[in-house]
Design a protein around this ligand. Structure first.
Ligand SMILES: [Zn+2]
Length: 463
């Protein structure tokens, strides 16, 4: 006890003269973040920018005319926000087209027809022009698909994978992670056993008539079969009718195609750093969206929040020590080419990429940040928690970034993501109801406040 006293006392003396300056820093940072928050919540442009993006360019799927138009719209929004420099970064993107509206119906044992709410999964091939009419067989998991496939039962059939997102997960992203491989791997697994079509219970936590699309993949060594999603309501009906042996066949028809790659762009707006311009902080969202929707939560929200970071810093008169870039990434949904192009350029330009922060979990009430850092670097982030907690960011977890900024970790950047409340995202994700009207203005703006606060702190203190 006594032996410790002198050391403690010495430590106290050492820290004493520092206390007022630390407190002063915290006070001035707190005041600046408060000022930006007031500005964003009263004069912020994120909500109106989201309206412009969603209503002007819904269905911004890579390679589409609306994706090209969205590049021009956000270029202008970044200029309006006050970025010093705005430029386009080229990347080639896949160009998948859905074609005519998909059709699917059941022919029941009694001869009646039942129309189903379906959509093709992204990157799916079409069916033959006349469609496919075949018996349908339900599997609950990919493992069961393998078991039945090995018994030769799936040959000539349409495979219906009915695994629901599990309600027992509290975090809906964990439920999505648990279920999504069925969408990605299911079609080729079914094709391996001779199935002629694939239909997936929509990845959604709620019961309704909206089918949700999303990317699927094909094993190039196997035949490519058409892959659909079916709404949760209709998936429930299909399960019941199959159990009661009331279904004769399922008809599915689609004319989707993958066309040749086309040129497109990431859109970048920058505020140049005043002391360390070579140190780059990236904040972004993805500009492309699925073709069924306006891409409001996914990911117009992240796009306009990132633009708002630039606007709010400029409006507050911040001259950041390090360079801040807002990046609107292209092609997150069905290729990830924008994120790859950005990281490939970063690997060559001799600059130091210190942080890549993305918002791609929807514009819902912010809860905190996921940060891909460990040890002292992670502690540096959590030391800022008290400054952002008043705006909702109380959850700081070791994790990773969004898929557009993840490639930046290869060039040494720490990657992270805004973490909002997850309970409603999968009602809208990749479905026709992901529209501007389903984004709450206050929730969206509060996300921008937290992003602007964190970016400001990193720009001032580095990592
Ligand atoms: Zn997204």
């Amino acid at each position: 006890m006594t032996r410790l006293l002198p050391r403690l006392f010495y430590g106290f003396l050492l820290t004493l003269p520092l206390l007022p300056s630390i407190a002063k820093c915290q006070d001035s940072d707190s005041a600046l973040i408060h000022q930006m928050s007031d500005d964003i919540l009263t004069r912020g442009m994120a909500y109106e920018n989201l309206r412009t993006l969603c209503k002007g360019t819904p269905a911004r799927l890579s390679g589409s005319a609306n994706a090209a138009k969205a590049v021009e719209i956000t270029r202008q929004l970044l200029l309006d926000a006050g970025a010093d420099t705005v430029y386009l970064q080229p990347c080639m993107v896949p160009h998948w087209v859905r074609g005519a509206k998909e059709q699917a119906y059941l022919t029941m044992a009694d001869g009646k027809k039942l129309i189903l709410h379906v959509c093709a999964l992204g990157n799916s091939v079409g069916t033959p022009a006349a469609g496919i009419n075949a018996p349908v067989i339900e599997v609950r998991t990919l493992a069961e698909l393998d078991t039945l496939g090995a018994q030769g039962i799936l040959k000539g059939k349409i495979v219906f994978l009915s695994y629901p997102m599990q309600q027992t997960f509290v975090n809906n992203f964990a439920a999505y992670g648990d279920a999504v491989m069925g969408r990605v791997l299911g079609p080729s697994k079914a094709a391996k056993y001779g199935a002629v079509g694939f239909i997936l219970r929509t990845l959604s936590m709620s019961d309704n008539d909206y089918p949700h699309t999303g990317v699927t993949g094909y094993d190039s060594t196997l035949p490519k079969i058409a892959a659909f999603a079916i709404s949760t309501n209709d998936a429930g009906k299909l399960s019941t009718y199959l159990r009661l042996r009331k279904v004769s066949t399922l008809f599915m028809k689609a004319s989707c195609q993958m066309l040749a790659d086309v040129p497109s762009y990431n859109v970048i707006g920058e505020i140049r750093g005043s002391e360390h311009p070579e140190e780059i902080i990236t904040v972004g969202g993805h500009l492309d969206s699925w073709d069924l929707a306006e891409g409001a939560q996914d990911d117009g929200a992240g796009v306009v929040q990132s633009i708002e970071v630039i606007r709010a810093l400029k409006a507050a008169g911040v001259k950041p020590a390090r360079t801040i870039r807002a990046v609107m990434f292209m092609n997150e949904e069905n290729g990830g080419r924008g994120g790859e192009a950005y990281a490939a350029a970063a690997a060559k330009d001799g600059k130091k990429y210190i942080l890549g922060l993305e918002s791609d979990y929807g514009g819902f009430t912010p809860r905190g940040f996921s940060i891909g850092a460990k040890g002292a670097q992670f502690k540096k982030f959590t030391a800022w928690k008290s400054l952002l907690e008043p705006y909702g960011a109380s959850l700081w977890v070791m994790g990773g970034g969004g898929s557009d900024v993840d490639p930046l970790s290869k060039v040494g950047a720490i990657v992270g993501e805004l973490v909002p409340d997850s309970q409603r995202y999968f009602e809208y994700h990749h479905a026709a109801n992901d529209v501007f009207e389903n984004v709450n203005r206050r929730e969206l703006l509060l996300g921008a406040v937290n992003m602007a606060g964190l970016i400001y702190l990193v720009s001032k203190y580095g990592i």
